[in-house]
Design a protein around this ligand. Sequence first.
Ligand code: GRF
Length: 192
Amino acid sequence: MVIKKIAILFSGEGSNLEKLLEKLHNQVFEHCKIEVATTICNRPNALGIEKSRAYGIEPLIIDHTLFENREAFDKALVEAIQNSGAQLTVLAGFMRFLTPYFTQNIKAINLHPSLLPLFKGGNAIEESFASPMKVAGISVHFVSEVLDGGEIIAQQCFEKTEDMRLEDFEVKIHNLEHELLPQTVKNLLNRK
Ligand code: GRF
């Protein structure tokens, strides 16, 4: 059985981290077994830390505030990911801008709460909710030097209804994310 290892990076709540662990960690699929080799968090108080521990994986805390600049932080990230043996890195709510040092050394995918290329950046949910568009959605894309700009791998959309409040809209987005991200990772890895 071929084992394919992934690294998961997160910064906060970790609900997507949890779904990845639940649906993929040590799961056997047709062409491989997927193993979460490491989880990495840049915030020492992130709620996701306990979620990772619940699956027996002690997260590596790499606190970005302790580094001189972005590249020094990214070097530490790259080293940790390479040491873990992960062939794919999944950014699941990892809230840091990444430098070319990271993007040139690590094959990574990111989850973004809008229909890219619309609403890039940190306010995607609010901006897509406030827009006149009648649909909204989520994207999984490869990470490149351009923020939220790499090749799109998968998307899911839904209809924005008149009675939807921002809270409902957010719940809808997170529910879709919890399905699409694990499914996309599986699709990328479960190949001959
Ligand atoms: C998600 O909405 C994701 O799209 C965005 O950050 C959020 C992370 O949520 N990049 P969680 O930490 O996985 O709960």
